[in-house]
Each structure stands twice: as C-alpha cells, then as structure tokens.
Design a protein around this ligand. Structure first.
Ligand code: KG4
Ligand code: ZN
Length: 358
C-alpha cells in the first residue's frame, strides 16, 4: 500500500552500522557495515573502535540504503534510530546522525528501543505481529522472555539471565575451543558434525525451586571450560564438534523449554525468537519441533534479520508512525541502559501527526 509509512532506521548499538528502509511491513533495503573484524583480535567488541567505525561507515551506509531502496530521502515519513540500550559512544554516533538527517530533511525523529526492534523485525518476515506475542530475545548482551500486546507501547519482561547472556556463553565457549570471535556462528558450524548427547552439560535454573523464566549460562560455560581443561591435562584430544554440539544442546534445551512454558502459563499461542542467537540452526530446529508439539505458532526471522541491522529499527519506526506515536524531541539522548519496557522515547509534547498528509 502506497500510504504505509516509509521509514529509514539507523542502528549503531554495538559493532554493526545498520541502515534499513521499510514501507510498513515491507523491507526495501538492509545495508550493514560491520567492524567485527577489527575487534576479532581483542576477543570482544572494543567500544572506542566501534564508535570510530560507525562514524566512518555512517554516510556511505545511508547512501547505499537509499540507493538499494530506490527512494529519495525527501520521500521518507520519518527517521528512526536506536536510542538504547547499547554502548554509549556507539549509540551516540547513530543518534547524532539521525538527528542531523531528520532536521535537515524536516522529518520526525523516532528514538526506539533496540530490544523491541529485535522483536518488531519479524513483521518484515511474517507480517503483523500477533497480539499478544511471547518473545524470546537471545543476543550477545541479552537473554529475556518478553510478553508484548503492542510492540509500540507494551513490552513486559517475564524473566532474563541472571549472569551471562546466551550469545556471551557461545562466545566464551568458542574462545575455550579456540574458534575465534564472534563464537556463535563457529560453534553452530562445528556442532553440525558433533553428537549433542556426547557430554551431558548442566541445564541452569531448571530445578523445581528455581525461577521459572530466568536463565543462567555461567555455570554451563564453566562446566564446558572444566571439561576441556581436564581433557587437555590428560593429554587427550578435545573432540571439538562433540563439545560444541553438547554445549549448544544444553543452551537450546533450556531456552526452548522456558519459552514454551511461558507461552503455556500465559495462554499465548505465538512465540517469536529474535536476536543474534536466533540465527542458531539447532535452536531454530528444536523450537520448531517443540512448538509444533505444543500447538504454538513459531515465528523466527531469517538469520540476517536476527543479528543487528537497521531494518529492524526502521520496522519499529514504521509501526510508531502507523500507530500515531509521538516523535522524539531534538535533544533525544542516547541511553545505554534504556529499559526494555520503553519501546520508544516519546517527545515531551505530543507531535503533530507525522506522515505526508499535509
Ligand atoms: O543481536 P546481536 O547481533 O548483537 C547483540 O545485540 O548482542 O547478537 C550477537 C550474538 C553474538 O554473541 C554471536 O555469537 C551470537 O549472537 N550469534 C550466534 C549465531 N550467530 C550469532 N549464536 C549462536 N549461533 C549462531 N548461529
Ligand atoms: Zn542486538
């Protein structure tokens, strides 16, 4: 539909400079420049390096997105940007760029939440999010179960990790196995040739008295490191594929079990899985089977939309415009700890109706 909002989204919360353009639920462009290789030798994202890379990549990535989408900047109905959570300096580059473009073009600015964006991106894959939807958000910085009845205004956290995020556990286990950074994709690849039942690693917080919707992956990570050290001490070979598969099985088992439990407890029939770890092939397969058994509809975006990107920010921005949410103020701050309960940062005074009807 031609009157669906055309929105450009900017994402710079971590090491990906993402610029996406959507029209309503339709993806028009998804340009991403990553600085991941510059961080690899440090074994993790270095904030200052990420900020500088965002600064260098910003204008070319915006130009590329506009060209890919075949739209003029003047046709946009709004500019959306990740206002948080994320690395403060990295966020600041995106927020400053979004303000500059929005102000120069005379378009409304929407500061949105990175986590809500990871959920909303599924509209580009499977159409309008069912209301309510249960979201399992698993990334390098977060692991949460979120219940949403309206992605622009109501995101309720049911549980989250009490120590490491799921992606962090993948990255740390990959380091122990010498597979480099980021570790998730490498563990996923090695695990394909391994036996997921070879080693029985612990399932954190699954005891009868444990919190039902919270996660813990630090014990699992330590168990894997100890198992590997023990083998090395004995002078034995480390079966990398089996360790990767068994570790991945433990993570996936807990994530899917708790997500389905949350759906059942709350009478929710739709589960979406988002964030970088949702790109994991075993998680996708196990969730598919267990959801089918439980009569729950599973929605997982394609892997490229699960990892950080600008299209997800644009998708949430478009939803803000479509639902008439107020734009952000020009002094919109980058908030490194923006709460998940705030899908966007509204302006102090209700904005005039955004869009092109004037
Ligand atoms: O959402 P994301 O791109 O950035 C954050 O907001 O954190 O997630 C990155 C995380 C990293 O920890 C990475 O190792 C993990 O997602 N990841 C994966 C896979 N692809 C990315 N973890 C497991 N399997 C994968 N295939
Ligand atoms: Zn993310």
């Amino acid at each position: 539909m031609a009157d669906e909002p055309l929105v450009l989204g900017i994402e710079t919360s971590c090491d990906e400079t993402g610029v996406g353009i959507v029209r309503g639920h339709t993806l028009l462009a998804d340009a991403v420049a990553s600085s991941v290789e510059e961080h690899a030798r440090f074994g993790g994202v270095v904030p200052e390096v990420a900020s500088r890379a965002h600064l260098e990549a910003m204008v070319p990535t915006i130009r590329r997105a506009l060209k890919d989408a075949g739209v003029a900047a003047s046709d946009l109905d709004g500019i959306a940007v990740t206002a948080g959570p994320g690395l403060a300096g990295a966020l600041l580059v995106g927020v400053s760029a979004a303000k500059a473009y929005a102000y120069a073009l005379g378009k409304p600015l929407y500061g949105v939440n990175h986590l809500a964006s990871h959920i909303c991106v599924d509209q580009l894959e499977h159409g309008a999010l069912p209301e309510p939807t249960m979201a399992l958000l698993v990334s390098g910085g977060h692991s949460s179960l979120l219940l949403t009845t309206d992605i622009t205004s109501d995101v309720r956290p049911l549980g989250s990790t009490i120590d490491d995020a799921a992606g962090e556990a993948f990255d740390k286990v990959a380091r122990v196995l010498g597979l480099g950074f980021p570790g998730g994709p490498a563990v996923d690849r090695y695990a394909r040739d391994g036996d997921p039942k070879a080693i029985r690693f612990p399932r954190g917080l699954t005891g009868p008295r444990d919190p039902v919707y919270d996660f813990s992956f630090s014990g699992l990570k330590t168990a894997v490191a100890r198992w590997v050290e023990e083998r090395r001490r004995e002078g034995a070979d480390v079966p990398i594929a089996d360790v990767a598969a068994s570790f991945q099985e433990a993570v996936t088992d807990v994530l899917t079990r708790k997500a389905i439990r949350a759906c059942k407890d709350h009478g929710v029939e739709h589960l979406m899985i988002g964030g970088g770890v949702a790109a994991n092939s075993r998680l996708r397969a196990m969730a598919q089977r267990r959801c089918a058994d439980a009569g729950i509809e599973l929605r997982v975006p394609r892997p490229k939309l699960c990892t950080d990107n600008g299209a997800m920010v644009a998708a949430l921005g478009a939803e803000m415009v479509a639902r008439g949410r107020s734009a952000s103020d020009w002094d919109l701050p980058a908030d490194s700890s923006l709460p998940v309960t705030e899908p966007h940062v509204p302006g102090r005074t209700p904005a005039t109706a955004p869009g092109h009807h004037h």
